[in-house]
Design a protein around this ligand. Sequence first.
Ligand code: GMT
Length: 372
Amino acid sequence: MNIGIVCYPTFGGSGVLATELGKALADKGHNIHFITYQQPVRLSGFHANIFYHEVRVPTYPLFDYPPYETALASTMVDVILNNDVELLHVHYAIPHASAAFMAKQILAKQGIKIPVVTTLHGTDITLVGRDKTYSPVVTFSMNESDAITAVSKNLRDETFRNFKMEKDIQVIYNFVDVKRFNRKPIDAFKKVISPNGEKILLHASNFRKVKRVDDVVKVFVKVNAEMPSKLLFVGDGPERPYIETMCRESAAHHDIRFLGKQEQMEDILAVSDLFLLPSEYESFGLAALEAMAAAVPVISTNAGGLPEININNYSGFLSDVGDVDDMCKNTLLILSDEVKLKEFKQNALEQAMKFDINNIVPEYEALYKTFI
Ligand code: GMT
């Protein structure tokens, strides 16, 4: 098949998932055309079946806001016409679904029918998309898609609750390549981070308010007072300066490191003992799944789709949003007992296997085949 994939090229979960999907489909022999404004971060190296088409948004003195959506729709039309693309798969509704609708209409005038699959990822529905500034366009363009998928049951339900849907929504979960994430730790790296064998806790996100990164710090400060431990932060975003200040002023500041944006997550996960994700909401929690694939148990909230992935008292623990004491108690429970830690690590890996790339990608292929 010849598939066009539209996504955000950044470190966000939707872009990561879309890129990994494209790579997996290309490995299976499909031709994949990425249409984005920048090379996606997880797309590197050469692949015979992968093509990258950059959306250029020319500036003009009149434009305070260059019309990205118009440039995107025009690029979609151009790529489809010149590469025999048979289906467009857009990730994150805003503005990709409405741009796809526009492209579809332009092509229909030329007698070309292009099916559009829209995958909802989370904040496009639960935060931004619900805002009345965007809601009418998001509702319309979702309903005009030929198929809609959501990354968890919770996100599907949230979409039905918040939008006037005229179409069914298929749940296709996020996935992970377990083989890639289940790595041996690099001893030298571990030694640098925890020279005396301290337990390593990890948080990775885009440091937005919805992630409640301050709760990570609160949990760690309590844990650190009870046991020798280190905290690693991966990622960057608007809350980071505030979080860095909070860390500096805490009693645990010597045991906290900010690694910034990282591409080799698997190497960092391989040396980690526990992953913290205290989000206010997660449609799925791809970062938690990647941790579990590296046999790292997860301490998370029970918000959104997280209970569909992280199983309480099995692959980790779930707490109410903001219940820092409970998260601390659960962290200590896992980390202070080597037998328990080993058991949780094994469980986390087993749980991740249910979402392995080889189980989930065929679901997308089957969906495409209903249109092509
Ligand atoms: O995690 C983020 O904030 C980025 C965001 C995105 O849209 O890029 O991620 C969302 O999509 C991921 C992939 O489907 C999900 O695993 C994340 O849970 C979801 N984030 C939220 O719902 C906050």
